[in-house]
Design a protein around this ligand. Structure first.
Ligand code: GCO
Ligand code: MG
Length: 404
């Protein structure tokens, strides 16, 4: 019988930190999984190295569901981002191995392509509205059909989603302590509809327009914003309120028809059960890496399909190309796919991760290489040591801590 002979964690920072799991079988087949949890990378690395990798050696790599249940139920302590990211990395690496053994891309193992390509949305940002409009134009010229628009809030020194003029990431800080940003809801609620209206005025209704609120509003504020955005026909308004309060979405729903998307901070089906079954959202944004891998994500998406909720997986640059590839295989195969976030990866990420996915006319395709279609160059990875960084925190004008 083929068995797992080694499971090992690789931490590398080509452009930013990534945690990768490498699983090798007795037949010499290698599978890759992403275990990156932005800002808490080493917690997942230790969970895998100390508690999970020793359990994998000797197991049959083809028993993917059994391994998932073994790790989830066997830990007794359930859910949580660290546990579920670790299980996801194992799960994705096992799907990669299964595809390589079968000689098939993973999407064919999941039932085959249900569409020709995966519609993606990119990020456009600006220090002010004219700069944002230039950035939207740049992305439209590159062929994107869907654009997330974020602009700095007038009067605030830093706004989520807007990189500094030197092109640095908008998170995380490189110092030992997190950056502290100031937040003020009133100017945001005034400027966001104007900003998104300006995008519609310049580009019309021929592109899909998205916006991320990043969990900063109360339910009634979110209801007001959604209502103010209705004339601009958003594809979605993302994370309007802190996502852990599922019942809060009842209030938002009562006040607006702007479609709602939630889920990047969720890690299990239980986190979104009420949102889905009460039809409180339109898009579920859980990711392969933070929601238990391909096996668990498909379960979430199948539940969502029953209730008319479509998918919109989180795909930021802080998840590795292994994660994006896995997402694309799922996206291509599920019936209720909606859209996939595509932020891309900053160089020198391509020195470490060799990817097979391709972008054309607004759509990504995972490619037809057996498995996920991503390979990791371990020698290159060793050239980019771990670089500890912190996500920022937000404070209100009175100094109290707010959601970032
Ligand atoms: C998104 C997200 C990210 C997160 C980041 C945190 O919609 O892509 O909100 O920008 O902030 O993934 O690590
Ligand atoms: Mg988001």
């Amino acid at each position: 019988m083929t068995t797992i002979t080694e499971a090992r964690v690789i931490v590398t920072a080509p452009g930013r930190n990534y945690v990768t799991l490498k699983i090798t079988t007795s037949d010499g087949v290698v599978g890759w999984g992403d275990a990156t949890l932005n800002g808490r990378e080493l917690a997942v690395a230790a969970y895998l190295t100390e508690h999970v990798c020793p359990l994998l050696v000797g197991r049959d790599p083809a028993r993917i569901e059994d391994t998932w249940q073994f790790l989830y139920k066997g830990a007794y302590w359930r859910r949580g981002p660290v546990t579920m990211t670790a299980i996801a990395a194992v799960d994705v690496a096992l799907w990669d191995i299964l595809g390589k053994v079968a000689g098939l891309p993973v999407y064919k193992l999941l039932g085959g392509a249900a569409r020709d390509g995966v519609l993606v949305y990119c990020h456009a940002t600006g220090e002010d509205v004219p700069a944002l409009l230039d950035d939207v134009a740049r992305h439209v010229d590159q062929g994107y059909l869907a654009v997330r628009a974020q602009a700095a809030v007038p009067g605030l020194a830093k706004t989520y989603g807007v990189p500094t003029p030197d092109g640095k990431l908008y998170e995380p800080a490189s110092s030992a302590l997190p950056e502290e940003h100031l937040w003020d809801t009133a100017p945001y609620l005034r400027s966001a509809p104007e900003m998104l209206g300006a995008v519609r005025e310049r580009f019309g209704f021929g592109i899909h327009l998205l916006h991320d609120v990043h969990h900063r509003l109360t339910p009634i504020e979110a209801g007001r914003l959604g209502r103010d955005l209705e004339p601009h026909r958003l594809f979605w308004m993302e994370d309007p309120t802190p996502a852990e309060d599922q019942a809060a979405f009842r209030v938002i729903r009562q006040h607006t028809t702007t479609p709602l998307a939630v889920g990047e901070v969720f890690n299990s089906i239980w986190d979104c059960q009420q949102l889905i079954t009460e039809r409180l959202i339109d898009y579920i944004r859980t990711s392969v890496t933070h929601a238990g891998g391909i096996t668990h994500l498909r379960r979430i998406f199948a539940l969502a399909d029953l209730y008319g909720v479509r998918t919109g997986s989180h795909g930021p640059g802080d998840l590795s190309p292994v994660s994006l590839a896995a997402a694309l295989h799922v996206d291509l195969s599920v019936p209720n796919f909606g859209i996939q976030e595509f932020m891309g990866h900053r160089e020198p990420a391509s020195e470490v991760f060799r990817t097979g996915y391709t972008f054309e006319n607004g759509y990504l395709h995972p490619g037809d290489e057996p498995g996920l279609g991503v390979e990791v160059d371990e020698e290159a990875a060793a050239r980019f040591p771990y670089d500890p960084r912190q996500l920022p925190v937000n404070r209100r004008l009175d100094g109290s801590v707010h959601d970032w």
